[in-house]
Design a protein around this ligand. Sequence first.
Ligand SMILES: NC(=O)c1ccc[n+]([C@@H]2O[C@H](COP(=O)([O-])OP(=O)(O)OC[C@H]3O[C@@H](n4cnc5c(N)ncnc54)[C@H](OP(=O)(O)O)[C@@H]3O)[C@@H](O)[C@H]2O)c1
Length: 249
Amino acid sequence: MEFQRIHPTPGRVESAELYRDLALASRAHDERPWLVTNFATTADGRATIDGRTAAIGDDGDTELFRRLRTQVDALLVGTRTLATERYGRVVRRPELRAVREAIGLAPDPPVAIVSRSGVLPYEIPLFADPDSTVLVFTTPAAPQPPPTAATVRLTRLDPAALTLTTALRLLRSEHGVRALLCEGGPTLLGSLLHERLVDELFLTIAPQLAGGGSGLTMTSGAPLPDAADLELVWALERRSSLYLRYAVR
Ligand SMILES: NC(=O)c1ccc[n+]([C@@H]2O[C@H](COP(=O)([O-])OP(=O)(O)OC[C@H]3O[C@@H](n4cnc5c(N)ncnc54)[C@H](OP(=O)(O)O)[C@@H]3O)[C@@H](O)[C@H]2O)c1
């Protein structure tokens, strides 16, 4: 699919070419994966319309978030996002699994979940998919998972040790995850920012206004003690949508 690049070098770009190999894994930190996040908001900053993301963004957004999934070892998703968006197999199209394999990644990235309650949406399609692997970081009190077609690996940690920092460390050291993509939601992103774990942000600004003075934005929870500064890596445009890639300074 063709996009107009506005920054750094203006010109037309093909998404397949641009996302063929972002070399995210090569940027891994020694102690944790390189963490990129992907979000879409309306121009007035809302992360949902009627409680879901489906109405935000068009096929250009779908194309780019699917392409970004081809570039990471694993995904990290909040429990409420998994349930609301009813996640299934993460890379469904065989040609996109082939893109992963061409850069040395496994065809299907595992999905990592951090849950203090251990109450997971086992009814979503992801758990019924035999090709999917789910890595769950939770506490000793979490209920035992039901039988699932997906491979579920539970790591039980003392509640005091169950931070996102610890989970990311274990993903790197025990599961070989070098590049990790967080797809939300706002609660999870808020906590990742507090623990200073976010390296890059892929942000779609959809040409829509949701209106209303309240509602979910890209982050929730307590404000950061100091605002995080961003640097624009690229800006793309297609059909009035903006696709921004920022590095967190
Ligand atoms: N526009 C977008 O791009 C976008 C992207 C994603 C999601 N969304 C929308 O966002 C909504 C869901 O987001 P949400 O903010 O309600 O929930 P969320 O971030 O998806 O999930 C939050 C849950 O993650 C678990 N968690 C574990 N450790 C955590 C930690 N240290 N900090 C924070 N959470 C931790 C908690 O589960 P336990 O209680 O089990 O511990 C917590 O309840 C949905 O409406 C979805 O459609 C929009």
